[in-house]
Write a new protein. Structure first.
Length: 88
């Protein structure tokens, strides 16, 4: 019967979902690092070492990862749509 719930696990993840999730996490780490490194500059205290500024660059890396995941998902959807159009 179709009204019953499936007994096995349902895999509803699309290609690129993992990249988007990883990109969000890396972006969040970079955003927090950016706030932490900018705070001493605004408060007039000694700035952090260069490593702290390098960690804040993870914001851009996270954005690039998420964008790559979105593009991968779009490409998979286009391939699926083309395949469906040929069989119809």
């Amino acid at each position: 019967m179709r009204s019953e719930t499936p007994t096995g696990p349902v895999d509803d993840s699309a290609p690129g979902d993992g990249l988007v999730k990883a990109g969000v996490v890396v972006f969040a780490i970079g955003a927090v690092a950016t706030l932490v490194t900018v705070a001493p500059l605004l408060l007039g205290t000694d700035p952090f070492p260069t490593v702290a500024y390098l960690v804040s660059m993870l914001m851009g890396v996270g954005f690039a990862l998420a964008a790559a995941g979105v593009l991968r998902s779009v490409a998979a959807q286009r391939r699926q749509a083309r395949g469906g159009r040929r069989t119809a």
